[in-house]
Design a protein around this ligand. Structure first.
Ligand SMILES: Cc1cc2nc3c(=O)[nH]c(=O)nc-3n(C[C@H](O)[C@H](O)[C@H](O)COP(=O)(O)OP(=O)(O)OC[C@H]3O[C@@H](n4cnc5c(N)ncnc54)[C@H](O)[C@@H]3O)c2cc1C
Length: 474
């Protein structure tokens, strides 16, 4: 008997936040034939298969408890790179880190990057990730020229804005429900220096935050704001906004030297001595001893010092991948892990909805240890999470005590109701709490019907499933 093309092994598979997960049968293909074989095998067994990249989704978007999981990290070849035109074709398991390290020497940078470079290109397209420049350049998918996708129905489709355009606009952001990306072609962005000009701007309150985002969005290349969610009354929504601008040709005499990728990577040590991998235990203590209020206060004070020396020059790597400064920082929330709640709210409702949501957390005594505010714009993808407005990402540590865990889930569901009633949306990379009633409210009946029709066509046996897709009733 011939050996099967692909083998599955039982492992524990969790969301990045460690709060959800369970055992699953995992395979790691390195060829497109193995992807097709895995889909056929699972279909034959009438099982379910989740597609997974680097596993950086906080919740259950790439897990399939008790089912099968196809982790594409081994499909990590850079297939073609046109360094004159800034076009690159990669396999789905290539990470954002591998991508920028490959292209920066030639003066290119990925136009959209998330807060960690560990994310794979397949995962970035699967959830259509956004960066700190969403308001200016849109989502990751807006810079995808074309892709090749293996569908469970058996076909391999080439998709672009001209060819199979319906699948193109639904599979990007389609959370791995329609097929597995086998290769993706991306358009890169020209950069003239290895650095950006950055300003730290202290912010008084929520109204000030939103006003600054409006005032600066026509001028800045990147805007992102940290929010101290412990701030109350006149200080509700206070924080520190970061604005960054690309440098023009010739503006930075040292800019070309910094195209060297080794000078871009975030440093592995603190003050050149302490390995950053040792920092999470200190952060664990702060989280578990209720010191996050003090940590946030210290961060606010540091913000005033940063403002005094602004603007300053910072490498692209250091500016974009703040979360990678401290490896495994999510371990500070062990053993319960963490979830993120990231509502997207239309511009006009931003102040009211975020104000209510922050106050509700404070009343419930469950204040997120981290808040991040961004400005967004709509995009043309079927399962979009974007709005012409703002998002506020809020990180909650999860308790191992079941009743406290349930209380957190109830709080998030209550806040989700406020957001949905205001015409807001949610982003599946950051969700763990929504239920089936939310799916059509987020996307609208017409988009949901169209998505389900494509699912019937490309995956009639519903092979592709995740814990998320079952939870929201796709
Ligand atoms: C510290 C941190 C910071 C983050 N910051 C941001 C941010 O600033 N902006 C933002 O938008 N997101 C952010 N994220 C979320 C992250 O960008 C997304 O969850 C992203 O989708 C993760 O990619 P991944 O490779 O880890 O994929 P996974 O999490 O493994 O999978 C993501 C989705 O893509 C699907 N998928 C994976 N591979 C394929 C494939 N080959 N074909 C088809 N579908 C596939 C999966 O089924 C799943 O639905 C952050 C995450 C972390 C941990």
């Amino acid at each position: 008997m011939s050996k099967p093309l692909i083998a599955f092994r039982t492992e524990r598979v969790s969301g990045w936040g460690m709060a959800v997960g369970g055992p699953a049968h995992v395979a790691r293909p390195i060829t497109s034939e193995q992807v097709a074989a895995a889909m056929a095998l699972v279909a034959q067994q009438r099982g379910s298969l989740a597609l997974r990249g680097s596993g950086c989704s906080y919740g259950d978007a790439s897990i399939n408890t008790a089912g099968h999981v196809l982790a594409t990290t081994g499909m990590n070849r850079i297939l073609r790179f046109d360094s004159d035109r800034g076009l690159i074709t990669v396999e789905p398991g290539v990470t954002i880190r591998e991508l920028w390290r490959h292209v920066i020497r030639f003066g290119w940078w990925p136009p959209v990057v998330p807060g960690t470079m560990a994310v794979s290109v397949g995962g970035a397209a699967g959830l259509n990730v956004h960066g700190k420049n969403n308001f200016a350049v849109g989502s990751f998918g807006e810079h995808v020229e074309s892709f090749v996708i293996q569908t469970p129905a058996g076909g391999v489709l080439r998709c672009s804005r001209q060819e199979n355009a319906d699948v193109f606009h639904a599979a990007i952001g389609g959370f791995g429900m329609l097929g597995c990306f086998l290769e993706l072609t991306l358009r890169l962005k020209r950069v003239h220096s290895g650095r950006l000009r950055v300003w730290g701007i202290p912010v008084r309150d929520l109204r000030h935050q939103l006003q600054l985002l409006e005032d600066l969005k026509g001028q800045a290349d990147y805007l992102v704001s940290w929010v101290d969610l412990h701030g109350r009354g006149a200080g509700l929504g206070r924080g520190l906004l970061h604005r960054a601008e690309q440098l023009k040709p010739g503006e930075d005499p040292d800019g070309a030297r910094l195209f060297d990728p080794t000078l871009q990577d975030v440093p592995a040590t603190l003050f050149g001595v302490v390995p950053k991998g040792w920092l999470w235990p200190g952060m664990w203590l702060a989280t578990h001893c209720g010191a996050t209020r003090v940590v946030n206060w210290a961060r606010l004070q540091a913000g005033y010092r940063e403002a005094a020396r602004s603007p300053y020059l910072q490498t692209h790597g250091a500016f974009h991948f703040l979360f990678d400064y401290v490896p495994r920082w999510q371990w500070m929330t062990k053993p319960g892990g963490l979830i993120q709640f990231q509502p997207f709210v239309p511009q006009r409702q931003g102040e009211e909805v975020f104000g209510r949501v922050i106050e509700r957390c404070q009343q419930a005594g469950m204040v997120p240890y981290l808040g991040v505010l961004k400005r967004h714009r709509p995009d043309p993808f079927l399962m979009t999470h974007a709005v012409d407005g703002y998002s506020l990402a809020m990180d909650f540590a999860v308790s191992t005590n079941q009743s406290r865990r349930q209380a957190l889930w109830r709080l998030c569901q209550e806040m989700a109701e406020v957001v949905l009633a205001a015409g807001g949306r949610f982003y599946y990379a950051k969700d763990a709490v929504l239920d089936a009633s939310s799916f059509a409210r987020i996307h609208g009946d017409a988009a949901v019907a169209k998505f389900r029709e494509l699912k019937r066509r490309l995956d009639p046996q519903r092979v592709l499933q995740t814990d998320l897709s079952r939870r929201i009733g796709v």
